[in-house]
Design a protein around this ligand. Structure first.
Ligand SMILES: Nc1ncnc2c1ncn2[C@@H]1O[C@H](COP(=O)(O)OP(=O)(O)OP(=O)(O)O)[C@@H](O)[C@H]1O
Ligand SMILES: [Mg+2]
Length: 298
């Protein structure tokens, strides 16, 4: 009898233990399930991210192709432009100098020359090779960029205001990279002002922490949402519709400014506009400088 009791007691204990083990296993299983669910959700999110980046990369690839196409069109335009130029010149030579048609021919000739200069700039811009750092006048590069996007600015009814300090110091820079920097920034400003507005460009000498050439590019566009402000320079961040923006413009700008040991920041008030501030170090006359003759701006 006592033996049976002892046996029953031991069986009960074993059952308790087994039940307890079962409960623990169930808890572990539940926790694992929750973990798996969280992992699945994370995977889904990552998958969406990968899909969105893939789409953006396709967009970049399309733009590269468009760029190559634009370069080849620019190249092909050279010959007809040269022919028009020669014909106009020969017509002008055949007419007496006082002929009223001379004025019209002169205008055609000037416009053809302007087109030729644009084509040349476009070709120079697309034929990127090694970085080429030279002594550069920032305002000249800004003017080149304005010239290249002038049509777009005019189409959007954007007035350009220039406020360049006289006798600005030169900087050490790759002029093609500066052109790319300003083109990206002016395109953004133009996109932000579809109903027209004012693009103000200020260039002046800054002497706060380091001697630099300071550039401010201000627009009167829609501005940037405060939550987006910290993200606008991240690669692939865009608020533009698919097919319109790749979200690479500002990250390229940041890269270019950093390559020049400079600093770029952006400020904005929604509904009032955005201003991009750039500081590029001036060339130092002498003393302890980096290999490029400038001190980085921190
Ligand atoms: N001047 C500006 N005014 C208002 N928003 C701006 C301005 N500049 C940039 N942004 C915002 O920052 C985002 C990122 O700009 P970024 O130039 O990097 O890419 P994008 O213009 O969208 O595309 P991409 O330049 O590659 O064609 C823009 O989509 C826009 O939301
Ligand atoms: Mg852009």
């Amino acid at each position: 009898m006592t033996e049976i009791k002892v046996e029953t007691c031991s069986l009960k204990n074993q059952l308790e233990e087994t039940l307890q083990r079962n409960r623990l296993l169930q808890e572990e299983l539940d926790a694992t399930n929750i973990g798996l669910l969280a992992l699945t959700m994370e995977l889904e999110e990552k998958n969406e991210e990968v899909q969105s980046i893939t789409q953006q990369l396709w967009q970049v690839a399309r733009m590269v192709t468009m760029g190559e196409l634009a370069a080849s069109i620019a190249h092909e335009l050279n010959n007809p432009l040269a022919t028009v130029s020669l014909r106009v010149e020969s017509l002008a030579n055949k007419l007496p100098p006082e002929d009223p048609k001379q004025k019209a021919l002169q205008i055609i000739s000037q416009e053809v020359e302007r087109m030729g200069a644009l084509v040349k700039k476009l070709l120079n811009f697309s034929r990127r090779g090694q970085r080429k750092v030279t002594t550069v006048d920032v305002c000249r590069e800004i003017e080149h960029a304005i010239e290249l996007i002038y049509y777009q600015l005019r189409k959007n009814r954007i007035t350009v205001r220039r406020d360049y300090q006289a006798e600005l110091p030169l900087i050490h820079a790759d002029s093609q990279e500066l052109l790319q920097l300003f083109l990206n920034l002016f395109t953004n400003a133009s996109d932000a002002m579809p109903q027209g507005g004012t693009l103000t460009i200020r260039v002046y000498e800054g002497h706060t922490d380091t001697d630099c050439v300071a550039i401010e590019i201000a627009d009167t566009g829609m501005g940037i949402q405060p939550d987006d402000l910290a993200k606008v320079m991240d690669p692939f961040f865009t608020t533009k519709p698919v097919g319109k923006g790749t979200g690479l413009g500002l990250s390229i700008c940041r890269h270019i400014v950093r390559e020049h040991q400079g600093l770029i920041t952006i400020a904005s008030e929604v509904g009032k506009g955005a201003t991009v501030f750039i500081k590029l170090p001036m060339i130092k006359e002498s003393g302890h400088t980096s290999s490029q003759g400038v001190s980085p701006i921190k």
